[in-house]
Write a protein that binds this ligand. Structure first.
Ligand code: HAM
Length: 430
């Protein structure tokens, strides 16, 4: 017996039925509106890349454990993009000499990562990528975080609803390599461990840490547990890369972003970050988790053998943002683009009714013309299920009299209108 075909989507992916499609479009429209207001241009690329692209700088976890990789029929190692940053860096490098820097680019690609599906983590997600190339100063970080903040505000969030945690990869390197004296390999392993600090039990974390750093455990913990720069050990507070974070937080405050804090344990998984890294967290007790993040990566474009280009950006996923909107009750109600459903009461008026439907479409009304005959109550029920706000029944009486009964399904009203006035009445009410 053949196995029954499943109707479920592939594990960790979603089907977008019209309601969820509309919700996703709302997310993307809101993101687009903000980034375009800041002058960012859209780009895209293929979902397939040569696997080598990710081996260079994305980090082992992504490449060895999370990619969908295969060998194509021509023997090439191929990977479905798990993130967009290596792709955009490759695109910039390919036209390094032609492009007019600074560049402000955005994209909303779908990405695939082989992960254990759980709240906020799926195998396929869409991710707004916003990146600025060719700005060396901190103005780039200020702009990028301002965009992230503006998007959150346009979604209806207040600054109490989320917190922006920042750290600096340079201070992390200093703390691990100079302050603790770890060699590059051990410092890399410790950084990866710190990246998982809040995902594993504290005892396990400390045990694993001490395997790398032995007696220096307390020394490192006193850094990681610092809630502000003032809580850091004295000699670290004066570090350039630390005072720079302080100045950065103050500058954000001066542009009205006052929910930014220093977190010495913030690592961000990727190997390509070189300076400021940041991650936005939900403050709601039911969704106390990371929403999105990014940082500066000045060396990535250079790995393609061209002159390096400084870069700062972030990736904001649709899954985590949707969880945020749900828990804060910020999701808009489902609305369809269809404004009116025209139904016929008799087959004899079909062409007349079709003519009216077309006339309304020319008048910029979105119309469903329903030729399937049902009882009016059934048509109304179905229109309501599709969230169509108005319905118009056309029969012989309407054809003869030229007067129509327009039903407003939201307000449960019936309005009698002439053919010429249908559009006006609809537009006034919509
Ligand atoms: P990332 O932290 O790996 O960074 O992903 C950014 C965001 O994408 C996450 O915070 C989350 O919102 C979403 N995301 C990632 N993986 C998943 C998943 N499995 N399921 C659902 N959502 C997910 C990057 O990808 C960097 N390339 C971002 C970047 C752009 N940095 C600079 N420019």
């Amino acid at each position: 017996m053949t196995k029954k075909l499943s109707t479920q989507p592939y594990k960790g992916t979603r089907d977008f039925y019209p309601q969820s499609m509309s919700q996703q479009n709302y997310l993307f429209d809101t993101m687009r509106m903000v980034v375009e207001k800041y002058g960012y241009e859209e780009y895209n690329a293929s979902i397939l890349e040569e696997t080598d692209l990710y081996r260079a700088k994305s980090g082992e976890e992504i490449v060895n454990e999370q990619t969908y990789s295969f060998t194509d029929r021509g023997g090439r190692d191929v990977t479905i993009r798990p993130e967009m940053t290596p792709t955009v860096a490759r695109m910039i490098a390919a036209k390094r000499k032609e492009l007019a820097f600074p560049l402000r680019w955005y994209s909303i690609p779908n990405l695939l990562r082989y992960e254990r599906p759980q709240r906020g983590r799926l195998r396929e997600h869409w991710q707004l990528n916003v990146d600025i190339f060719g700005v060396e100063s901190q103005d780039a970080e200020i702009e990028i975080i301002s965009i992230a903040n503006s998007i959150m505000k346009l979604f209806g969030a207040t600054s109490d609803d989320f917190v922006i945690k920042v750290n600096n990869r340079q201070s992390v390197d200093y703390i691990l390599q100079t302050y603790l004296g770890l060699d590059t390999d051990r410092s890399h392993s410790v950084a990866k461990l710190i990246d998982r600090m809040h995902k594993i039990p504290r005892d396990d974390f400390e045990k694993s840490l001490s395997e790398f750093i032995g007696d220096d455990l307390d020394k490192l913990l006193s850094v990681l547990d610092a809630k502000s720069i003032a809580e850091l050990p004295d000699d670290l507070q004066k570090l350039d890369s630390v005072t720079m974070i302080n100045a950065f937080i103050q500058e954000l405050e001066s542009v009205g972003i006052d929910n930014c804090i220093y977190d010495p344990a913030l690592m961000r998984g990727f190997d390509y970050y070189t300076g400021i890294v940041f991650e936005v967290f939900d403050t709601h007790p039911d969704n106390n988790r990371s929403l999105f993040g990014g940082g500066r990566y000045d060396d990535l474009v250079g790995i393609f053998g061209v002159e390096p280009v400084s870069a700062v950006g972030f990736g904001m996923g649709d899954v985590t943002i949707q969880d945020f909107l749900d828990v804060h009750e910020l999701s808009p109600e489902y609305a369809t683009a269809t404004e009116l459903k025209v139904c016929i009461l008799d087959n004899s008026v079909k062409s007349f009714a079709r003519e009216i439907a077309n006339e309304l479409r020319e008048g910029d009304v979105s119309v469903v013309f329903e030729t399937v005959q049902k009882k009016p109550a059934q048509h109304i029920k179905s229109a309501e299920k599709h969230a169509i706000p108005f319905i118009l029944f056309i029969g012989e009486d309407e054809k003869q009299s030229g007067l129509f009964k327009l039903k407003d399904l939201e307000n449960h009203e019936e309005i009698e209108v002439s053919r010429e006035k249908i559009i006006l009445e609809l537009k006034n009410r919509l």
